[in-house]
Design a protein around this ligand. Structure first.
Ligand SMILES: Cc1cc2nc3c(=O)[nH]c(=O)nc-3n(C[C@H](O)[C@H](O)[C@H](O)COP(=O)(O)O)c2cc1C
Length: 327
C-alpha cells in the first residue's frame, strides 16, 4: 500500500487519478478506476460547445453509484456555466478544471463544498488556481497527451511543490505528463507530489471509449512518434488559446502540417468539415490519435484495474529498491 495525503483526504486506496479525457473517459472508465482504488474523472471536455462530445448525462449514469469526479475544459465551458451547475448538482468527488482561469467557475464548486482540482501548465497558472481556492493542483508537463503547455514534468512538479509548501501547505499536488507505470508514480512521489494524474495509459484501457484501431496504432508506436503542435487545432478550427498546443501521434496529416504552425493559423478552420468527416469514418491518417510521450510504455490494452494494480506494485518495488540504496 502507498499512503499519501491524497489517499487519506479522498478516501482512496491508491494515489492514482484517471484524467478527465474528453470522448475517452466516460462513465465506464471513470468508475473502473474508482472501483480499483483510484479516482476516475468523467471527461466533460468542451461540454457540447464544439459538438464532439458524448452525451454527458448518459456517461455519468454509466458510472452507477461509484463516486467519480467531473472535469471540463475551462475556456470552453466558461460560455456554458450551466454545464458546471449540472456537474455540481451530481455532487462529484471533485470538479476538475483545466486550460484557462478557474476564477469565474470556482465559486460554484466552493459554495457547494466540492473540492476543486486545477490542472496547471505554468507557475502563473498555479498562483491563479490557489487564488481561486483550488484544493488540488495538477502540475502538467509537456510530455502529456492531448492539450498542454511547455514546461517539462521533471522540473515543473518540484517547483510547484516548493511553492505550495511555502504558500499553501494544505493544498495537494498531483504530477501529470508522461506517467504510465509504477516508475513514474514512484518518481512523482519523490518529486514531492501526493499522487499522479494519468491520461494516456488509461486512454488505452479496455473500458475507455477509444476506438480499437487507434489503440492498436498507439501500441505499435514508440515515444518518438508523438508531436506537440498548434497546427491541428488551427486546421480543424477549434479556437484554443495560444499558450496551449496539442500532443498527438504523428500520422499523414501531422507529417504534412505539424511543423507549419504559422501557415495553419493563417488557414484557421480550413479542414473543419473534412477533419470531422475523417474522425467519424475513423480515418486515422487524418484524424488524430491523442496520446503523449508515454505511448512508448503502453504495450497492451488492459482493464483499468490491472493498470492500477501493476502501477502500484511497480512503484512499491521501485520505492523499496530506492530505500535499499540509502545507507
Ligand atoms: C486522449 C486525451 C484526451 C484528453 N482530454 C483532456 C480533457 O478533455 N481535459 C483535460 O483537462 N485534459 C485532457 N487531457 C490531458 C490530461 O488531463 C492529462 O494532463 C494528460 O493525459 C497527462 O499526461 P499523459 O497523457 O502522459 O498521462 C487529455 C489527454 C489525452 C491523452
Amino acid at each position: 500500500m502507498i499512503t499519501t495525503r491524497l489517499t487519506q483526504r479522498f478516501e482512496m486506496e491508491h494515489p492514482i487519478v484517471c484524467a478527465p479525457m474528453a470522448m475517452v473517459c466516460g462513465g465506464a472508465l471513470a468508475a473502473a478506476v474508482s472501483k480499483a482504488g483510484g479516482l476516475g474523472i468523467l471527461g466533460g471536455g468542451y461540454a457540447g460547445t464544439i459538438g464532439e462530445d458524448a452525451d454527458l448525462e448518459e456517461q455519468y449514469r454509466m458510472a452507477g453509484n461509484t463516486p467519480i469526479g467531473i472535469g471540463f475544459i475551462t475556456w470552453a465551458v466558461e460560455a456554458r456555466p450551466e454545464a458546471v451547475d449540472w456537474a455540481i448538482a451530481k455532487r462529484p468527488k471533485c470538479l476538475f478544471l483545466s486550460f484557462g482561469s478557474p476564477k469565474a467557475l470556482a465559486r460554484t464548486a466552493l459554495d457547494a463544498n466540492i473540492p476543486l482540482f486545477c490542472q496547471c501548465q505554468t507557475m502563473g497558472h498555479v498562483r491563479e488556481a490557489l487564488d481561486a481556492g483550488a484544493s488540488v493542483i495538477v502540475a502538467q508537463g509537456a510530455e502529456a497527451g492531448g492539450h498542454g503547455g511547455r514546461r517539462s514534468t521533471l522540473p515543473f512538479v518540484p517547483e510547484v511543490a516548493d511553492l505550495l509548501a511555502k504558500r499553501d501547505p494544505d493544498v495537494l499536488l498531483l504530477a501529470a505528463g508522461g506517467i504510465a507505470d509504477g516508475r513514474g508514480l514512484a518518481a512523482s512521489l519523490a518529486l514531492g507530489a501526493d499522487g499522479v494524474l494519468v491520461g494516456s495509459r488509461f486512454w488505452a484501457a479496455e473500458e475507455a471509449l477509444t476506438p480499437s484501431a487507434a489503440a492498436a496504432r498507439a501500441i505499435a508506436a514508440d515515444g518518438d512518434q508523438t508531436v506537440r503542435t498548434t497546427a491541428l487545432d488551427s486546421l480543424r478550427g477549434v479556437p484554443w488559446p495560444d499558450e496551449f498546443s496539442f500532443r498527438v501521434l504523428r500520422n499523414r496529416l501531422m507529417d504534412e502540417w505539424a511543423e507549419r504552425e504559422g501557415e495553419a493559423a493563417a488557414d484557421f478552420g480550413a479542414m473543419k468539415r473534412s477533419y470531422n468527416e475523417a474522425r467519424v469514418r475513423g480515418d486515422l491518417d487524418v484524424a488524430a490519435t491523442i496520446v503523449g510521450e508515454a505511448v512508448g510504455l503502453i504495450h497492451a490494452r488492459l482493464p483499468a484495474a490491472d493498470i492500477v494494480a501493476a502501477m502500484v506494485a511497480e512503484a512499491e518495488t521501485a520505492l523499496a529498491r530506492g530505500a535499499r540504496q540509502v545507507s
